[in-house]
Design a protein around this ligand. Structure first.
Ligand code: HSE
Length: 298
């Protein structure tokens, strides 16, 4: 890095956990690290070939975020070089765009000396993302529960929960907008009450570290799973297999196309190996929840 260089690290996230649609996020033990140094032009250098198709100039999402944040405070950030290391699967429902946006907010705050508060970052990130689940977990780590409207934003956090995580990643990526396009404009009052009850009970169970109940509620979503699951090969078979193996619960990771499975702590390697062998369409990866959200190193 050149003088005044620094780096920002942001975790991957999974959103929703089933009925926590658009308001519940969990940080995971995959991460993106971006080294920032001054340069004559914006240049983004991705070190992982999965990211090779992304723009490497000022049209890049990280740079666009930096400039959008700075412009809110009447500033323009001078060009920099960004070297990006990431083990987060791209476009696979692990919050890769929220991670990039969180990184852009942190970089803008640093380079434009904005001294943004955590609340500022959460509000700006949620406005840029359109929902609060991934971005709050990317910024704060652990589990985040958010209420986000134009007028009001409230976020509570839980520490990283005592579970192991298995993510089943299919070979194809899926754009969040396409996945959101599958959702209905309306659900009935009665159905919404069921979904809300599942979300409330799941969150209460998480607060009590009762992952058996949380896992059951994770599988009671009515807001998105019924409309999205059709796109997941072997969805019902995988859910059944997860039960047989002793997982707490299985659901869609964010908008998909990956699946999120909560398992008893320290069983994630074993469960991932079993699922990987049984469902070869997916790559099963063993992870843990991440305590730490975005941070800057100098
Ligand atoms: N809550 C979002 C969704 C997460 O499920 O569409 C993906 O951005």
């Amino acid at each position: 890095m050149t003088e005044a260089g620094f780096s920002v690290t942001v975790p991957a996230t999974t959103a929703n956990l089933g009925p926590g649609f658009d308001h519940l996020g969990l940080a995971l033990s995959l991460k993106m690290t971006i080294e920032v140094s001054s340069a004559a032009q914006w240049h983004i250098q991705y070190q992982d070939k999965e990211y090779a198709s992304l723009p490497t100039d000022e049209t890049n999402l990280i740079v666009q975020t930096i400039q959008q944040v700075a412009s809110r405070y009447g500033q323009v950030v001078a060009p920099h070089k960004l070297v990006v290391y990431s083990d987060i699967p791209l476009g696979k429902g692990l919050g890769s765009s929220a991670t990039a946006i969180a990184a852009g907010i942190e970089i803008a705050s640093e380079l434009a000396e904005l001294h943004l508060s955590p609340q500022d970052k959460l509000r700006i990130g949620s406005e840029l993302e359109g929902h609060a689940d991934n971005i709050t977990a990317a910024l704060l780590g652990g589990i985040t529960v958010s209420y986000f409207t134009e007028e009001q934003m409230e976020v509570l956090t839980f520490p990283a929960p005592p579970i192991g995580v298995v993510i089943m990643v299919p070979p194809v990526a899926l754009k969040t907008e396409a996945s959101r396009g599958l959702l209905p404009e309306q659900v009935t009052h009665k159905t919404a009450i069921q979904g809300s009850a599942a979300g409330s009970l799941m969150t209460a169970a998480i607060a009590q570290a009762d992952w058996v109940t949380a896992g059951r509620m994770m599988e009671r979503d009515i807001f998105h799973e019924p409309y999205r699951k059709i796109g997941f090969p072997e969805f019902d078979e995988i859910r059944l297999a997860c039960k047989e193996i002793g997982a707490y619960g299985m659901t869609i990771s964010g908008a998909g196309p990956s699946l999120f499975i909560a398992v008893p702590p320290e069983t994630e390697q074993q469960v991932a190996a079993l699922l990987d062998q049984r469902f070869p369409h997916y790559q099963a990866i063993a992870l843990q929840p991440a305590e730490q959200g975005a941070y800057i190193s100098k």
